[in-house]
Design a protein around this ligand. Structure first.
Ligand code: ZN
Length: 426
């Protein structure tokens, strides 16, 4: 297949700049040749070969597939079951989920997740990192997700994080459950230091998880300091372990909303360690603006981590959806455009170049977090996975919520949308 007249943002594999600030985008119309599911050539005006199928992009934007770097698939579509989260806080969400968790079945989880993964596919998402609650002696949700990871592998890459929603040191047999999850074949290990009973448990849980991940060769993705408490400092421990154990970019800190409330002197000192560690960050700007600041009067904190400062320091940051119609978010579709759109406002990243570069939060930066390596990207020799948007640039796609007209995975069409036709009658 030959994709002609595609507009590409400039994607330099050697470019390590994170997110919004940094390198320029050089749009230009190019062709992409796909042979046996791999990009065989990318360049201007490639000669058409006899009998070759042609997809004329008509100057529209082609991006690598969207990457969902943080979601909880096990809880999707459970909002209000058995009761809604009335306070809108993270902690009531955990209580509501514990009620719903009591009657999970493998079939129930699989049915809901399957629906949402297909929804995401329609928005051009082909890679998903999901956290799965393992504070369940039966590991029901994990069983379901492990099955789906295999069953859906040709359509979507699912990465599973063993997520101890109710703690590791503060939950009965928490450590053993994490070890069982590792035995069962998860991709990454999580932790939740701000939910542990004590600061000591928080530190202990992070030490435990980093050591286990190093031992088993797993990635780490911690729900880290998702609270408005400026004294919540699990991040420094996580970063220190990432640095000392040499785990570096294999470690991700998700949420880190307490960083929003850190004093600048502490943050400035911390930033040195974060940079040294080489770890990644995931912000969930939609859900955290909903969950955080709930017990503030006024002014109310936005509760989103310092995306701008981290990005400017060269730290890799991506954006995630976190939740779809569950105890932590009553809304959500899985369209990562919405996450970027809100995220740019909340983090005040609305300079022209920042907007232009912001596709990276849900593509290349997220791919780095997931360690997709050579399995991702618009480059010759890599799998021919890409999305075609109904817009001439990311700026336009973002502003107009342009649909993903086609999503190809290893050269195969996995989802398509008809362009919207709108008439104004005056
Ligand atoms: Zn989360």
């Amino acid at each position: 297949m030959l994709v002609t007249n595609a507009t590409l943002p400039w994607l330099d594999a050697a470019d390590s700049s994170a997110g919004a600030a940094g390198s320029p985008v050089s749009p230009g119309s190019v062709d992409l040749r796909v042979v046996d599911g791999v990009f065989a050539a990318i360049g201007p005006s490639l000669p058409r070969e006899p009998g070759e199928e042609v997809l004329d992009a008509g100057g529209r934007l082609v991006l690598p597939p969207f990457v969902e770097s943080h979601i909880h698939l096990d809880s999707v579509l459970t909002a209000g079951q058995p009761e809604p989260n009335r306070s809108g806080t993270l902690f009531e969400g955990i209580e509501r989920w514990a009620q719903r968790k009591a009657f999970l079945t493998v079939a129930d989880v699989k049915e809901r997740v399957h629906r949402v993964v297909r929804q995401q596919a329609g928005f051009g998402v082909q890679f998903v990192r999901t956290h799965v609650d393992v504070t369940d002696p039966a590991l029901t949700a994990l069983t379901a997700l492990l099955e789906l990871r295999e069953e859906l592998a040709e359509w979507v890459t699912i990465q599973i994080v063993a997520f101890p929603q109710e703690g590791i040191c503060s939950f009965p047999d928490g450590r053993a459950l994490m070890e069982r999850a590792a035995d069962l074949g998860v991709d990454a290990l999580g932790a939740i230091p701000h939910f542990e009973f004590t600061r000591e448990y928080a530190v202990e849980s992070l030490n435990f998880v980093c050591a286990l991940a190093a031992d088993r060769g797993l990635l780490v993705d911690v729900h880290c300091d998702e609270i408005d408490d400026e004294a919540s400092r699990g991040l420094e421990t996580l970063a220190a372990r990432a640095y000392e154990l040499g785990l570096g970019p294999r470690v991700t800190a998700s949420h880190t909303t307490a960083m929003h409330s850190y004093n600048n002197a502490y943050f400035t000192r911390l930033l040195r360690l974060l940079t040294l560690s080489g770890m990644n960050f995931v912000a969930n700007p939609v859900v955290n603006t909903h969950l955080q600041g709930r017990i503030d009067s006024y002014p109310k904190r936005r509760g989103v981590t310092r995306v701008k400062e981290l990005s400017e320091a060269g730290v890799n940051v991506s954006f995630g959806t976190d939740d779809i119609v569950d105890p932590w978010n009553p809304l959500g579709t899985g369209n990562l455009r919405d996450v970027v759109h809100t995220g740019l406002y909340v983090t005040q990243l609305l300079g022209h170049q920042e907007i232009t570069d912001s596709y990276r939060f849900v593509t290349t930066n997220a791919a780095r977090t997931l360690h997709l390596g050579d399995g991702y990207g618009l480059e010759v020799g890599r799998p021919a996975s890409f999305v075609l948007l109904d817009a001439g640039s990311w700026y336009e796609a973002l502003n107009w919520n342009a649909p993903v007209l086609a999503s190809y995975r290893r050269g195969r069409l996995v989802a398509r949308t008809e362009p919207v036709h709108r008439e104004v009658l005056f």
